[in-house]
Design a protein around this ligand. Structure first.
Ligand SMILES: *Cc1c(COP(=O)(O)O)cnc(C)c1O
Length: 345
């Protein structure tokens, strides 16, 4: 195997700091998506009036590609990410992006920059597709032009430190009928302040609750959240306030395949509190593309800190994480057809 660019860089950069040499760019103009092209990664030249900067028509995806044991590149569930991108775009009145452009962009970019794939166990190429409104005018309106860009960068194995999260009972991430289910820049912008407040108080993340009563658990920071209570894997159901995570879906499918009981249902803060006190709640973890599984060690609720069982005893979290990693690296059969294989190196 050739020496990759990544192998020359030791240690691997922190998440989100390194990008590869190219980016894929496609434009929407004159009522249609134009063919995309691969360009050297570089700065964009934008009018200060660019609509996305003022009115928030800016949406994104995040997915990963891995080197498999066979020496192929496997993109993890790109079609599912494409579907979600279009669901998000529809909510923002953006014109549907054809699947062919999305997949072609990924394949072209990853083929061209294949030398950037890290070969360290657990490392991957993180891929960031995004779309934003490019009309240059300062009057508020729906943009008539858009740009779709994909860039990517190597990321190391993400050994998430067990998280200390606070049940948020003051601020809100998403309300019913809003944009909570969409992967849009604005949701992140609105979460910064509450998250910083939680950090000031010594927490890593907030555990969001519903906007009406602050009674039901929603998500943890920028991940979906799951609990194991009395031997059942429980996660909040998909509503307009919850992001339909690809990792969430993958974890549920794997757990069901194992005949592990799974429930997608509302979970009240009260139920979590009772489970923590009685010991019925044995595991809590966030699930998302960046970390795959991020175990929660401590939950803060109304100024009381509850400790979860040792992370080493959080067996479901560990088992799921290893299984997903084995699938992605081609070490076990891809039972669910999740790997989109690009080519051999
Ligand atoms: C992206 C994201 C997730 C996780 O989704 P994955 O597809 O698993 O990466 C969860 N919650 C929010 C708010 C997100 O933006």
């Amino acid at each position: 195997m050739e020496i990759t660019k990544q192998q020359n860089k030791d240690p691997l950069p922190a998440f989100g700091e390194a990008v590869t040499d190219h980016m894929f760019v496609a434009n929407f103009a004159n009522g249609a998506w134009q063919a995309g092209e691969l360009l050297p990664f570089g700065n964009l030249s934008l009018s200060p009036m660019t609509l996305a900067l003022h009115y928030g028509q800016s949406v994104f995806e995040g997915l990963k590609a891995y080197l498999t044991m066979q020496g192929d590149i496997a993109i993890f569930r790109p079609e599912k990410h494409w579907e979600r991108l279009n669901i998000t775009m529809e909510r923002f009145c953006m014109p549907m992006l054809p699947k062919s452009i999305f997949i072609e962009g990924l394949e072209k970019l990853l083929s061209e920059d294949r030398a950037w794939f890290p070969t360290v166990e657990g490392a991957s190429l993180y891929i960031r597709p995004f779309v934003f409104a490019t009309d240059a005018r300062f009057g508020y309106r729906v943009s008539e032009t858009y740009q779709f860009i994909i860039f990517c960068g190597p990321v190391g194995p993400y050994y998430a430190r067990p998280l200390k999260v606070r049940v948020e009972t003051r601020y809100v991430r998403a309300a019913e009928g809003g944009t909570g289910f969409a992967k849009c820049a604005g949701n992140y912008g609105g979460a910064i302040y509450p998250t910083e407040m939680a950090k000031e108080d010594g927490f890593d993340q907030v555990l969001w609750t519903d906007a009406k009563e602050h009674r039901y658990i929603e998500e943890s920071g920028t991940m979906n959240v799951m609990f194991v209570i009395d031997g059942t894997l429980i996660t909040p159901p998909l509503t307009t306030t919850i992001l339909n995570g690809v990792t969430r879906d993958s974890v549920i499918q794997v757990a069901k395949h194992w005949h592990f009981p799974v429930e997608e249902r509302k979970i009240s803060v009260e139920e979590i509190q009772e489970g923590l006190i009685s010991g019925a709640l044995t595991e809590a973890f966030g699930v998302g593309t960046a970390a795959t599984v991020a175990p929660i060690a401590t939950i803060g609720l109304h100024d009381v800190l509850y400790q979860l069982p040792e992370v080493a005893q959080q067996r479901m979290a560990d088992r799921i994480k290893n299984t997903l990693s084995d699938i992605r690296h081609g070490r076990v059969q891809d039972l669910f057809g999740w790997n989109h294989t690009v080519f051999g190196i």
